[in-house]
Design a protein around this ligand. Structure first.
Ligand code: BTN
Length: 268
């Protein structure tokens, strides 16, 4: 609890030496009616969840493993925050991605970009690796956003991936691998972006989130192949991310397709 950051948004930090999944813990807290602002941090997860039913593994204390509980669907009269429409909830994982990228750049001083929708890539632009993943899950009117960041993970401890190689901040030459300042910067950043987004009623353009995301998204301008959740595939050039957070892909015949979920492979 000593880690609670200034600014008054976070209500408490639940620090667990070991748990199954911080996303599962925060979801249970959400269903119990906990207010937004709860953070669950674990030193070790035994059943870490990744996107698309994958697992997330990380050796004990080698990374930051946490989940935050947010309730965009509840108005906050004190802060004068209106209710955010459900259609805008998808922005939360992108918002956390922007905050994570900024924290990693500032504290660890490594080159960092985002691969749409929210993988954090670090290291040289010609051969970056994935250092973090984000998993957002909806629980009633709450959204739990989980972050797994590889900090000191050694090469031989990284999970084998089919897509991008995995890496850690240390392997990418981080100036510091202290987890405390990273966690503080991350929580401060999430609280700041979230407040702006809430004040704007979940409007990513008005709050400046869309511009910030586009600036740091390495997927825009690249040839990509998107594997759709239903099993289909779209190839073309990623030209933009739209106001709904969808990736716009221009196909060879000039059509603009919008992708809202799925896996994207950078072809080059
Ligand atoms: C991905 O597949 O890239 C997303 C990985 C998200 C992992 C984090 S670790 C903390 C939180 N708890 C979980 O069970 N998963 C997320």
């Amino acid at each position: 609890r000593a880690l609670v950051t200034p600014g008054g948004f976070w209500t408490g930090i639940d620090l667990r030496p070991e748990t199954g999944s911080t996303n599962a813990d925060a979801t249970a807290a959400a269903l119990r009616g906990e207010p937004e602002g709860l953070v669950v941090v674990a030193e070790q997860q035994t059943a870490g969840r990744g996107r698309r039913d994958r697992q997330w593994t990380s050796p004990p204390r080698a990374g930051l493993t946490l989940s935050v509980l947010l309730r965009p669907g509840r108005a906050d009269d004190e802060k004068e925050w209106p209710v955010v429409p459900v259609g805008a909830y998808g922005w939360l994982s992108l918002l956390v991605g922007v905050a994570l990228l900024e924290a990693v750049r500032r504290v660890a001083e490594v080159e960092a970009t985002l691969k749409w929708p929210n993988d954090l890539l670090v290291g040289p632009a010609d051969r970056p690796g994935k250092a973090a993943g984000i998993l957002a899950e909806v629980a009633g009117d709450a959204v739990v956003v989980g972050i797994g960041l590889n900090v000191t993970t050694r090469a031989e401890e990284l999970p084998a991936t089919t897509g991008l190689p995995a890496t850690s901040l240390k392997l990418a030459g981080a100036a510091t691998t202290d987890r405390d300042p990273l966690l503080r910067a991350l929580l401060r950043g999430i609280a700041g972006w979230y407040a702006g987004w809430r004040e704007a009623g979940g409007d990513a353009e008005m709050s400046g989130l869309l511009a910030a995301y586009r600036r740091d998204c390495a997927t825009i301008g690249r040839p990509v192949r998107a594997l759709l959740p239903g099993g289909g595939e779209v190839t073309g050039e990623a030209t933009s991310v739209d106001v709904d957070g969808q990736l716009v892909i221009r196909t060879a015949d000039g059509a603009d397709l919008r992708v809202s979920a799925g896996d994207v492979v950078h072809v080059r």
